[in-house]
Design a protein around this ligand. Structure first.
Ligand code: UDP
Length: 320
């Protein structure tokens, strides 16, 4: 396994995944430069690094070219990522997945740095192959409401392959499946944050459609461990990282009620347009290549997240 090097740059470092990745890369002994424009990320996620001498932060929009000195590795994690956020910030999402990715790649090329991009299971769209292997090309609506995210991420993948093939950039890309844990924005509309916040505040749990659509939820520490291993491997082709245990959304709501001990009731709301009916990663490749697999079950992960969501409920209650 190769070293990531001494100086690592992480775009989107103030986001949910970017901030956990920052912690993991600092733990390897490297220096980290975090870059974020706080479009959806929050300074709160980096607050604990205030006195960390190996961490520095640059507030910048990566849609414009950027350079904060030589780096050995670039992790490209900048993008709105929850459906509510990227649908609100459609043009910004397209720009960060196109101009932003090109600028991050230009930086890696300039300094001959390694590169890892946060891609997504959304590249598979509403999949007709189940579970999804990396060789599946996907079933994406190119003009639907989710297209601003899906096509930006697919464009990023094409651009990264071109920089790899034409310019020899040492690149990797991870296709990330649904992930949760502390630092998820409490109001970003994702299912785990919504259900946990609702259960802990005594509100009704909103299940969209009849709740029979499925997702596979990975706890953040498992995901980040897989991403660091993938970066060290230098594997250039897309690699799924996620938890293959599949849950219907209704089962997930019941798991949240069980873990929190909440007596909230479940209510049904309309299904969003183009909401994928099923999603589950095939992680055969990651297991063989990285000797990686998730260790934290959904119930364990919800327990590990409960204090964080409880503190967010209390903060929101205090400002009201
Ligand atoms: N969902 C739900 N209730 C909510 C939020 C989401 O039933 O309060 C459903 C949503 O329709 C989707 C699944 O949960 O089928 C996961 O949604 P999320 O926004 O977390 O991410 P996605 O996997 O769709 O990108």
């Amino acid at each position: 396994m190769a070293d990531l090097g001494k100086r690592v740059l992480i775009t989107g470092a103030a986001g949910f995944l970017g901030s956990h990745l920052t912690d993991a890369v600092l733990a390897t002994g490297a220096e980290v430069i975090g870059v974020d424009n706080f479009c959806t990320g929050s300074p709160d996620n980096l607050q604990h690094l205030k006195h960390e001498s190996r961490f520095s932060f640059e507030q910048a929009d990566i849609c414009k070219p950027f350079d904060f000195g030589p780096v050995d590795f670039v992790f490209n994690f900048a993008s709105p990522a929850s459906p509510v956020d990227y649908m609100k910030l459609g043009p910004e999402t397209l720009r960060v997945g196109s101009d932003g990715t090109v600028n991050a790649l230009d930086l890696a090329r300039k300094y001959n740095a390694g590169f890892l991009h946060a891609s997504t299971s959304e590249c598979y769209g509403d999949p007709e192959q189940h579970p999804q292997t990396e060789s599946y090309w996907g079933n994406v609506n190119p003009i639907g409401p989710r297209s601003v995210y899906d096509e930006a991420k697919r464009f990023s993948e094409a651009t990264i392959m071109a920089y790899h093939r034409y310019y020899g950039v040492r690149s990797s890309m991870v296709r990330i499946f649904n992930t949760y844990g502390p630092r998820l924005q409490p109001n970003d509309g994702r299912v785990i944050s919504n259900l946990m916040m609702q259960a802990l505040s005594g509100a009704d749990l909103t299940v969209y459609g009849d709740g029979s659509q499925t997702r596979s939820f990975c706890y953040v520490s498992d995901l980040v461990r897989g991403i660091v291993a993938l970066a060290q491997s230098g594997e250039p082709l897309p690699t799924n990282i996620g938890n293959p245990v599949e849950w219907t959304i209704l089962e997930c709501a019941h798991a949240v009620l069980k873990v929190t001990g909440s007596s909230s009731k479940i209510v049904y709301r309309p299904m969003p347009v183009d909401d994928p009916k099923q999603r589950k990663p095939d992680i055969t490749k990651a297991k063989a290549l990285l000797n990686w697999e998730p260790e934290v079950s959904l119930e364990q992960g919800l327990r590990l997240s409960q204090d964080y969501f409880q503190s967010r409920v209390e903060t929101l209650a205090a400002v009201r």
